[in-house]
Write a protein that binds this ligand. Sequence first.
Ligand SMILES: [Zn+2]
Length: 473
Amino acid sequence: MLIFSLLALALLFYLIVMLVRRVSWGGTLLRWLTVVLIADILVGYAGSSKAENHPAALTAAWAVIAGIGLYAVSRPRSRFLEHGTMALTALAGLAPISVVQILLWEPWDVRPTIHVDAPHREPANRIPVFLFVFDEWSYQRSYDGDELRPFFHNLRQLASHSLEFTNAHSLAGSTDPSVLRLVFQRGGVLQPKNGVAVWEQGDSAVPPAKLPSIFSAAGRRGYRTSLIGFYFPYRAVLGDQVEQIVNAAYAPKGEHLRERIGWAFARNLGFLADPLSQFLWQQWNSGTISRNWVRVNHSWRVAVRDLIRRSDANTFAMIHWPLPHGPYVLNEDGTFHGAFQRGRMEGTPPDYQRHLAFLDLVLGEIVAELDTAGLLDRALLIVTSDHSWKAEPDSSLRAVPGARTWVPLIVKLPHQTAGYRVRERFCLGQVGALLQRVMDTTLTARSELREVGGLSSSTTCIQDVEPADKDNE
Ligand SMILES: [Zn+2]
């Protein structure tokens, strides 16, 4: 497929060159086109990620660079043409080198299910575990003091018979590496390589599937493990540690071949700086990403519902749900509000609150579904987030120490009937110990509260700002 696309592209360029050369002034036109296109690619690749929300700046830079190039080419005694041709001829060698590299790319492991031999699986009398990791969910935007804001009807109901942490902190200020640090209960970062990934921590780099995780801890105890996850290539990261994985990417890849080709083509327009490509790309990007967001959230509702319906006391499940994460295109009931206009992560407080209200709605569905399945009372249910609102527009909220990692955390222990506030600082690096103690029934609703606060942490939560943190999703 890849070879076919590359050959088709080469043929297309060849035909264009042949066609242009047929006319008398074709040579000059070809030179101009080359200059304009090179400026397009250079400025586009250098600036597209930085100037995503400023297409006018990108266009201006392209016009200036292309203008200088055209001026230099048009001067009769200029050496620019000679040097330029030489440089391009030398660079032409890069094309076959890149092609060879592209052909050596390995695909990611994406198996949705694997078979796990667990001899001690029966009987099903364990404590079912459901860990919900929402994304971009800010404590400060969800609480008035230490009270959940009034519109969180379902969360408040859940919190009334749960532990409610008012000073919980995630393991990083962005999805990558926060979610995986939670899964592995250690510091470090995932580094993608060719078809595989390695976990880098200090000087060590190991395949992450070989590291102990919250899933391997559950697997050892005979649990059936499931993960509904977004953004990371979870199977490639966790290997056979998880039996069932439902996965989705942030940028849609298209369902069938024609759509995949079309979308790959459209995505690449984003790397061209000229106004036509930018306009077409903005149109495509905003519409497609926005609709994909509605689709992902809808399919998560279905996947979580199906997961709960086939769950029993042997279930250990983690759900990484991209709410209230942008683009802010959802209504409070999850229907389509409209495509985003500027950056896909930009939103106003009312936009953010719409997504918070939808988060509360899906939380209500989850609790009701668990109740219907007869699992709510006996389950350990954890609801938290990977970090807070990164694009928080209020600078006074951003300035609060640890604002980026300050997240809601609600923990309903098995058979818990009363609600308690935990005001001590709690790090999500303590979740591994919490899970194990509850699975082993050495921590129960009858345990002393201070036992929870005193759980050992496998890794530390970063105290305040994280200057080295990548500014991604
Ligand atoms: Zn995130």
